[in-house]
Design a protein. Structure first.
Lengths: 316, 226
């Protein structure tokens, strides 16, 4: 038993070394880092602009005698006029907006914000990750050495295990970096904006961060499997990258039975999207249907990957 | 020993190797001979359990899955990860949890210098790739070695050195060879099998003592087929 486990670990270690020396781990960590920086930068931009708007409107209120009394009001109205929305009492509107944005930029919301961003970035990041993991051995023909040494079943298992462990590793690094970056960013914002003036928000989180983490990890594995399937089928990276990018960004949601809709639907239940990332165009569904579809996709892709590895000649 | 029991390989209705019963003994060098397309590589794939077949192939009464990590194949094209160095390839393919770099370096020194091992494999010549494959073989320390057309593309010096290696390894390894450059195999093989008309036949069980040349065996059996 111990020998079998050692053999399996050796195969996985070999996969990790391959990713390390090919700089695959580095490239994907950099992609995740770029995503984190982008999200923080967008949030920072949003909050500084909102604060500028707020101070400008505040100056206006203080200089206009008949508006001064509105400074004490906490309510505002949105009025539609010829398709355009007008805000009555904008000082209160900007005040509310700043409270929301400060909450979004606070360390309490950091991870949720990153997971919300994942809705856009994870399918492509982890889809391509799976793709490269799937096609690399076919491309170099090293598959015939590997399947001879470990067998086709173990080869499949090593790919899946490597994918799952690496994605977990990426998630842990992502959490650490974003937590640290979140604290630094919040301090930067505190130096720029009097946060105590906007601290009394009444926002709450729809679910805890652990649930969001579990679901995002799961969905990343699903997309990695989809990528791996494309990789073993096409044996090349370029066509696969185009396919994944097209699916992630160009193909619309068709119905509630669509993988993308199911993913969006559950994310919409788990996250609040108070920040810069918003989702729209979700078809009404249920958690159960959405989970069945996502699970179905995971099972289908894995069975197909397994069958391709088992049935296809490693010598083609 | 590797025992073939009622072994038969076919693709749909096309029989590649007819029902055969034979053994490949341990610690001997067995050579399989036959024209291209006769089924030598198919036989290797069956040996490795990578192709379905009828009958049984047993390694000292064990199924391939139980002994897989004791077998290594040196392929004709020596596949490696092209954009990585020889050193990185060896670390990746060594299948070890912990790499002993000093031991690895001493194994490399037998075949390559420091500059060559640090170069990307895509810059290697055919012979240098073969050397890298031989280093990997020494690292993996298999009990059974299969060499498919190993002599192709080797220069004279490397051929001589590889012959010496095979003779050295033959003392405690089971070696299975296929190939067409008969001069290379003379003097290193113990058993000669031919694959003729779909049948696997043992022609020589102690070739080192035989007076026949491999070329003559080939001529006698396959004249006009290639």
């Amino acid at each position: 038993m111990r020998i079998i486990l050692k053999d399996k670990l050796e195969i996985i270690a070999s996969e990790f070394r391959r990713m390390y020396y090919s700089n695959l781990i580095l490239y994907f960590l950099l992609s995740i880092l770029a995503m984190i920086i982008l999200i923080f930068y967008m949030n920072y931009k949003e909050i500084t602009l909102a604060y500028e708007d707020y101070t400008r409107v505040q100056d206006l209120y203080e200089n206009e005698e008949d508006m001064k009394e509105d400074l004490e009001r906490n309510d505002y109205n949105m009025v539609e006029e010829n398709g355009t929305y007008m805000v009555e009492n904008p000082i209160s509107y900007y005040n509310e907006q700043l409270k929301t944005l400060l909450f979004v930029n606070s360390p309490d919301y950091t991870l949720t914000q990153i997971f919300e961003a994942g809705i856009i970035f994870f399918p492509i990041i982890f889809g391509i990750f799976g793709l490269l993991l799937g096609c690399a051995d076919y491309k170099t023909k090293i598959i015939k050495h590997k399947v001879a040494r470990v067998g086709r079943k173990n080869y499949y298992l090593s790919k899946i295990s490597t994918s799952m462990i690496t994605i977990l590793f990426f998630f842990l690094i992502m959490i650490i970096i974003s937590k640290l970056a979140g604290i630094i960013m919040y301090n930067v914002i505190c130096n720029k904006i009097p946060v105590n003036d906007f601290s009394s928000h009444n926002l709450s989180l729809s679910s805890n961060v652990l649930m969001q983490f579990i679901f995002m990890y799961f969905i990343s594995i699903v997309y990695s499997s989809v990528g791996m399937l494309i990789g073993v089928l096409t044996k090349g990276a370029i066509r696969g990258v185009i396919l994944i990018a097209a699916y992630a960004y160009a193909v619309p949601v068709f119905s509630k039975f669509d993988l993308k809709n199911s993913y969006y639907f559950i994310m919409d239940q788990l996250c609040d999207f108070y920040g810069v990332i918003k989702i729209s165009g979700i078809k009404d569904s249920s958690i159960l249907i959405s989970m069945i579809i996502i699970m179905g996709f995971l099972i289908f892709t894995n069975i197909t990957i397994y069958l391709v590895i088992i049935k296809r000649s490693a010598y083609e | 020993m590797i025992k073939f029991i009622d072994f038969l390989k076919s693709y749909k209705n096309n029989i590649i190797i007819k029902e055969s019963n034979f053994i490949i003994p341990n610690s001997k060098v067995s050579f399989f001979m036959g024209p291209n397309g006769v089924g030598k590589t198919t036989l290797i794939k069956c040996l490795l359990g990578l192709e379905k077949y009828k009958g049984e192939i047993l390694y000292d009464s064990y199924d391939i899955e139980k002994v897989r990590n004791k077998i290594t194949v040196l392929w004709d094209d020596c596949p490696f990860i092209e954009n990585l160095s020889g050193w990185e390839n060896l670390i990746i393919l060594s299948e070890k949890l912990v790499i002993n770099k000093e031991e690895l370096k001493s194994q490399i020194r037998e075949y390559m210098d420091d500059n060559l091992i640090k170069r990307q494999v895509k810059t290697y010549s055919y012979g240098q790739r073969k050397k890298l494959a031989l280093i990997l073989l020494n690292i993996l320390k298999p009990e059974i070695i299969i060499m498919d057309e190993i002599s192709n593309g080797l220069d004279y010096d490397l051929m001589q050195s590889l012959r010496k290696d095979i003779l050295k390894m033959a003392k405690n390894h089971t070696i299975i060879l296929t190939g067409h450059q008969f001069g290379f195999y003379e003097g290193i093989i113990d058993l000669v099998y031919i694959i003729k008309d779909g049948e696997i036949l043992l022609i020589e069980d102690n070739y080192k003592e035989s007076t026949r040349k491999l070329e003559d065996i080939y001529e006698n059996n396959f004249k006009g087929q290639t």
